[in-house]
Design a protein around this ligand. Structure first.
Ligand code: CMP
Length: 138
Protein backbone atom coordinates (compact mmCIF):
# COMPACT_ATOMS: atom_id res chain seq x y z
CA UNK A 1 0.00 0.00 0.00
CA UNK A 2 1.02 3.63 -0.46
CA UNK A 3 2.22 5.04 2.84
CA UNK A 4 4.50 7.62 4.38
CA UNK A 5 7.81 7.87 6.17
CA UNK A 6 9.65 10.67 7.93
CA UNK A 7 13.26 11.69 7.28
CA UNK A 8 15.81 14.23 8.44
CA UNK A 9 18.94 15.29 6.57
CA UNK A 10 21.20 15.60 9.60
CA UNK A 11 23.54 18.52 10.50
CA UNK A 12 26.66 16.81 9.10
CA UNK A 13 25.15 16.49 5.61
CA UNK A 14 23.62 19.99 5.66
CA UNK A 15 27.01 21.48 6.69
CA UNK A 16 28.73 19.74 3.79
CA UNK A 17 26.24 21.02 1.19
CA UNK A 18 24.54 17.67 0.48
CA UNK A 19 20.87 18.74 0.73
CA UNK A 20 20.42 18.79 -3.05
CA UNK A 21 22.25 15.51 -3.66
CA UNK A 22 20.26 13.67 -1.01
CA UNK A 23 16.89 15.09 -2.13
CA UNK A 24 17.76 14.03 -5.71
CA UNK A 25 18.46 10.46 -4.61
CA UNK A 26 15.14 10.45 -2.71
CA UNK A 27 13.00 11.75 -5.57
CA UNK A 28 14.80 9.61 -8.18
CA UNK A 29 13.93 6.57 -6.04
CA UNK A 30 10.26 7.43 -6.52
CA UNK A 31 9.34 9.15 -3.26
CA UNK A 32 6.90 12.06 -3.38
CA UNK A 33 7.66 14.99 -1.03
CA UNK A 34 4.66 15.51 1.25
CA UNK A 35 6.33 18.07 3.58
CA UNK A 36 9.75 19.79 3.57
CA UNK A 37 11.60 22.37 5.68
CA UNK A 38 14.98 23.60 6.91
CA UNK A 39 14.83 23.84 10.71
CA UNK A 40 16.98 23.40 13.81
CA UNK A 41 16.19 21.18 16.78
CA UNK A 42 16.37 22.70 20.27
CA UNK A 43 17.87 20.60 23.06
CA UNK A 44 14.35 19.82 24.29
CA UNK A 45 13.22 18.86 20.78
CA UNK A 46 16.12 16.44 20.31
CA UNK A 47 15.67 14.88 23.76
CA UNK A 48 11.96 14.35 23.04
CA UNK A 49 12.46 13.09 19.47
CA UNK A 50 15.09 10.55 20.61
CA UNK A 51 13.45 9.68 23.97
CA UNK A 52 13.47 5.96 23.07
CA UNK A 53 17.29 6.13 23.13
CA UNK A 54 17.64 8.01 26.43
CA UNK A 55 19.27 5.12 28.30
CA UNK A 56 21.81 4.50 25.53
CA UNK A 57 25.44 5.44 26.15
CA UNK A 58 25.46 7.61 23.01
CA UNK A 59 22.34 9.64 23.92
CA UNK A 60 24.25 12.79 25.00
CA UNK A 61 26.42 12.71 21.88
CA UNK A 62 23.35 12.11 19.68
CA UNK A 63 21.45 15.10 21.13
CA UNK A 64 24.52 17.36 20.89
CA UNK A 65 25.09 16.37 17.27
CA UNK A 66 21.47 16.71 16.18
CA UNK A 67 21.22 20.25 17.65
CA UNK A 68 24.50 21.65 16.34
CA UNK A 69 23.10 23.09 13.14
CA UNK A 70 20.13 23.11 10.80
CA UNK A 71 18.51 19.93 9.53
CA UNK A 72 16.07 19.26 6.70
CA UNK A 73 12.88 17.58 7.91
CA UNK A 74 10.63 15.88 5.34
CA UNK A 75 7.68 13.55 5.00
CA UNK A 76 7.87 11.17 2.02
CA UNK A 77 5.21 9.05 0.32
CA UNK A 78 5.57 5.91 -1.78
CA UNK A 79 4.42 2.33 -2.02
CA UNK A 80 6.01 0.54 0.99
CA UNK A 81 7.65 3.82 2.09
CA UNK A 82 9.14 2.88 5.49
CA UNK A 83 10.88 -0.27 4.34
CA UNK A 84 11.97 1.05 0.93
CA UNK A 85 13.36 4.23 2.46
CA UNK A 86 15.43 2.27 4.98
CA UNK A 87 16.84 0.28 2.07
CA UNK A 88 17.67 3.52 0.22
CA UNK A 89 19.50 5.05 3.21
CA UNK A 90 21.49 1.89 4.06
CA UNK A 91 22.93 0.57 7.33
CA UNK A 92 23.26 2.89 10.37
CA UNK A 93 27.04 2.47 10.23
CA UNK A 94 28.26 3.71 6.82
CA UNK A 95 31.03 1.08 6.95
CA UNK A 96 28.23 -1.51 6.57
CA UNK A 97 26.12 0.48 4.08
CA UNK A 98 25.61 -1.04 0.62
CA UNK A 99 26.79 0.55 -2.62
CA UNK A 100 24.20 2.95 -4.00
CA UNK A 101 22.77 3.93 -0.60
CA UNK A 102 22.61 7.48 0.75
CA UNK A 103 24.77 6.64 3.76
CA UNK A 104 27.40 4.94 1.60
CA UNK A 105 27.71 8.15 -0.39
CA UNK A 106 27.27 10.81 2.30
CA UNK A 107 27.67 9.46 5.87
CA UNK A 108 30.83 9.88 7.95
CA UNK A 109 30.32 7.59 10.95
CA UNK A 110 27.67 5.69 12.94
CA UNK A 111 26.74 8.94 14.73
CA UNK A 112 27.19 11.38 11.84
CA UNK A 113 25.29 9.28 9.37
CA UNK A 114 23.70 11.96 7.16
CA UNK A 115 20.04 10.86 7.27
CA UNK A 116 17.30 9.50 9.52
CA UNK A 117 14.49 7.20 8.42
CA UNK A 118 11.50 6.07 10.52
CA UNK A 119 11.55 2.41 11.59
CA UNK A 120 7.76 1.76 11.47
CA UNK A 121 4.51 3.23 10.16
CA UNK A 122 3.56 4.13 13.73
CA UNK A 123 6.82 6.01 14.37
CA UNK A 124 6.60 7.66 10.94
CA UNK A 125 3.26 9.20 11.96
CA UNK A 126 4.56 10.28 15.38
CA UNK A 127 7.74 11.80 13.93
CA UNK A 128 5.85 13.52 11.07
CA UNK A 129 3.40 15.12 13.47
CA UNK A 130 6.28 16.19 15.74
CA UNK A 131 7.66 18.37 12.92
CA UNK A 132 4.70 19.32 10.72
CA UNK A 133 1.21 20.66 11.33
CA UNK A 134 -1.59 18.93 9.43
CA UNK A 135 -1.88 21.86 6.99
CA UNK A 136 1.83 21.43 6.11
CA UNK A 137 1.33 17.80 5.05
CA UNK A 138 0.46 17.76 1.35
P1 CMP B 1 18.86 7.25 13.65
O1 CMP B 1 18.42 5.96 13.08
O2 CMP B 1 18.49 8.52 13.04
O3 CMP B 1 18.39 7.32 15.18
C1 CMP B 1 19.20 6.89 16.25
C2 CMP B 1 20.57 7.37 16.02
O4 CMP B 1 21.50 7.06 17.02
C3 CMP B 1 21.12 6.70 14.79
O5 CMP B 1 20.48 7.25 13.68
C4 CMP B 1 22.60 7.00 14.91
O6 CMP B 1 22.96 8.22 14.29
C5 CMP B 1 22.77 7.14 16.41
N1 CMP B 1 23.60 6.07 16.88
C6 CMP B 1 23.32 4.75 16.84
N2 CMP B 1 24.33 4.04 17.37
C7 CMP B 1 25.28 4.95 17.74
C8 CMP B 1 26.56 4.86 18.34
N3 CMP B 1 27.08 3.67 18.67
N4 CMP B 1 27.23 6.00 18.58
C9 CMP B 1 26.69 7.20 18.25
N5 CMP B 1 25.48 7.36 17.67
C10 CMP B 1 24.79 6.24 17.43
Amino acid sequence: ATNRTFTMIKPDAVEKGHIGGILSMITEAGFRIVSLKLTQLTLADAQAFYAVHKERPFFGELVEFMTRGPIVAAILEKENAVEDFRALIGATNPADAAEGTIRKKYATSVGENAVHGSDSDENAAIESNFHFAGREQF
